[in-house]
Design a binder for this molecule. Structure first.
Ligand SMILES: NC(=O)c1ccc[n+]([C@@H]2O[C@H](COP(=O)([O-])OP(=O)(O)OC[C@H]3O[C@@H](n4cnc5c(N)ncnc54)[C@H](O)[C@@H]3O)[C@@H](O)[C@H]2O)c1
Length: 320
């Protein structure tokens, strides 16, 4: 019998790529997703449409907060927990309740269901947003954590919950702090998605702040690879930065976009968004040494792949 993995958030951007990879590796995969309407659920259905024909893939359309998790976890050796309410800018005000539900309560519920099971390991998708605004760059796992957004605070709470289930019940886990993941199927609210779509449609690209802010961009297949490495890892470290090693400014991203699409870009600079930090930059020494993580896709190559994906999606044959 092949190994079983559970993937929460299976129909999302990163989750759908991870399911694909696990099936390729011979796993049976139970994917849980409740198709929240943070962005168009039809888009999520598209992400996993081609997986549904695979008999080893079982899609469970349920909310983690209400479904019977125990049965779903039976026989699983790895649980990849990606389900979350993502997005920094939306996490203020009354929307916070979704962040509380999907990022904290759902994580606690999953941990309760895993507690006491032998031979099962959790890979928790965390975020660089746990660091907040800092001059200590690159960011290292043992640096001070001071999230600047409500979203970041909920992702950090998830990490704390994993750690305390580990300390009290010996739960085996790894938390992966992703730094801005991009690539085909990227969430439509994320910068590259917005920029590429606007470039093809001739719309104005809205930049929050002056564009000099920097991000360490991580191609989605590298984030997926990190999940697979973390599932196999048997060492004692539990928290890992996962960054692509391509730290550039937003202005530089726009230059690459201009070059790769051959389009003139209409750009409008607006107020910096609350909760958005100025810079992110991952020190990935620990992931490299302990997990053998080595990101393999450069920013230029990765952006090209995301642009191609959008070109096909938007029916654009011009440019480049
Ligand atoms: N994309 C990034 O750059 C990035 C960076 C850092 C961390 N992360 C983390 O990675 C994970 C995946 O992010 P993504 O960009 O793929 O987001 P996504 O929104 O595309 O995927 C998340 C999926 O989880 C599902 N979901 C949410 N709440 C649920 C619940 N209660 N029960 C069942 N399903 C639920 C949603 O329907 C969605 O399909 C998240 O945990 C996010 O916080 C992402």
């Amino acid at each position: 019998m092949s190994k079983k993995a559970v993937v929460t958030g299976a129909a999302g951007f990163i989750g759908s790529h991870l399911c694909e990879r696990l099936l390729r590796e011979g796993y049976r995969v139970t994917g849980i997703d409740c198709f929240t309407d943070y962005y168009d659920p039809a888009r999520k259905r598209e992400h996993i449409r081609f997986l549904l024909g695979d008999q080893r893939f079982n899609l469970v359309e349920e909310n983690i907060n209400t479904c019977d998790l125990r049965g779903l976890l039976d026989g699983a050796e790895s649980v990849f927990h990606l389900a979350a309410q993502a997005g920094v800018r939306r996490s203020w005000g009354s929307e916070f309740t979704h962040y509380l539900d999907s990022n904290i309560l759902a994580t606690q519920r999953l941990l309760e269901a895993m507690r006491g099971r032998e031979g099962i390991r959790l890979i928790y998708s965390s975020s660089s947003s746990v660091y907040g605004e800092t001059r200590e760059l690159p960011m290292r796992e043992d640096h001070r954590l001071r999230p600047l957004s409500p979203y970041g605070a909920t992702k950090l709470s998830g990490e704390h919950l994993c750690e305390l289930y580990h300390a009290n019940f010996g739960l085996s886990y790894a938390a992966l702090r992703y730094f801005t993941v991009y690539g085909p199927r990227q969430r439509p609210d994320m910068a590259f998605s917005r920029f590429i779509t606007a470039a093809f449609r001739g719309d104005t690209i809205e930049i929050y702040g002056d564009g000099k802010q920097t991000r360490d961009f991580t191609f989605v297949s590298d984030a997926v690879e990190a999940n697979c490495l973390a599932a196999r890892y048997a060492g004692s470290e539990r928290i890992f930065n996962i960054g692509g090693g391509s730290r550039v400014s937003v202005l530089k991203v726009l230059d690459i976009l201009r070059g790769q699409t051959g389009r003139e870009l209409r750009i409008e600079f607006t107020e910096r968004a609350r909760g958005d930090v100025l810079d992110t930059w991952a020190d990935t020494s620990r992931a490299r040494t302990e997990l053998g993580f080595s990101p393999s896709i450069s920013l230029e190559e990765g952006m090209g792949r995301e642009i191609d994906w959008y070109r096909e999606r938007l029916g654009d044959s011009s440019g480049r």
